[in-house]
Design a protein around this ligand. Structure first.
Ligand code: T5A
Length: 210
């Protein structure tokens, strides 16, 4: 049996990842593929508990290193218990965020730098990378404006714009550095236009599955 494919969706707050997840799922289902839809941080009982810690305002002063280690602790659990077994069983997996978010938020936003994230990635992932990453790019102010329609901002959503500008810079740079895997999708327009761009990127990568 051939290994399944691994797709990840990335973007700043309010980029439209929720909408993109639904578009990717529908595109795959229309081609007879039943993907496993999951998210990070999360996807397992331990991962969801870690997500609670990461998003909770109570832990406002959490150190950058602790934050990075928690994110990767959740990812280790997610990989061993959910992602790797599914891929090995031939199932396609779609994750709302993965390691590019650690490069952007902890490496860029928190200033830990690329090398530390790379070291954790090597240790925890043992060579596993997504087959395709769709990065939804929106100007920081527009994303935050969209996210602000929710009543209760989480610990990350309460960060200043500079944090998100650094994270966006890392995402955009990574798209340029990894063109074989990462696609930058302009997500600043209407939902329908963004959906069409996502479908075009999927067709380009997995055209043979159509
Ligand atoms: N994190 C995560 C790290 O720091 N390191 C890591 O390694 C990982 C994996 C939680 C946090 O964890 C951090 C980053 C995050 O801050 P999350 O819940 O996935 O991760 O992150 P959020 O960004 O908070 O999720 P959001 O729900 O805010 O973002 P979405 O999913 O991109 O936004 P969405 O789709 O809900 O859209 C927000 C609003 O905008 C509207 C929607 O209807 C909605 O109201 N909208 C649009 N409006 C106009 N035009 C469009 N094209 C629109 N698309 C969406």
């Amino acid at each position: 049996m051939s290994r399944g494919r691994f797709i990840t969706i990335e973007g700043l707050e309010g980029a439209g990842k929720t909408t993109a997840m639904a578009a990717v799922e529908a595109w795959l289902q229309a081609r007879g593929i039943d993907p496993l839809m999951t998210r990070e941080p999360g996807g397992t009982p331990v991962g969801e508990a870690v997500r609670g810690l990461l998003l909770d305002h109570t832990y406002h002063g959490m150190t950058a290193k602790a934050e990075a280690l928690l994110v990767f602790a959740a990812r280790a659990e997610h990989l061993e218990q959910v992602i790797t077994p599914a891929l090995e069983a031939g199932r396609w997996v779609v994750s709302d965020r993965f390691t590019d978010a650690s490069y952007a938020y902890q490496g860029g936003g928190r200033g830990l730098g690329e090398a530390r994230i790379e070291a954790l990635e090597r240790w925890v992932q043992d060579g596993l990378r997504p087959d395709l990453t769709l990065y939804l790019d929106v100007p920081v102010a527009r994303g935050l404006e969209r996210a602000a329609t929710r009543s209760d901002p989480d610990r990350f959503e309460s960060e200043r714009e500079g944090f998100f500008e650094r994270a966006r810079g890392v995402y955009r740079r990574r798209c340029a550095e990894h063109p074989e895997r990462m696609r930058l999708i302009d997500a600043s327009g209407e939902v329908e236009a963004v959906r069409r761009r996502i479908e075009a990127a999927l067709a380009l990568s997995f055209g043979e599955s159509e």
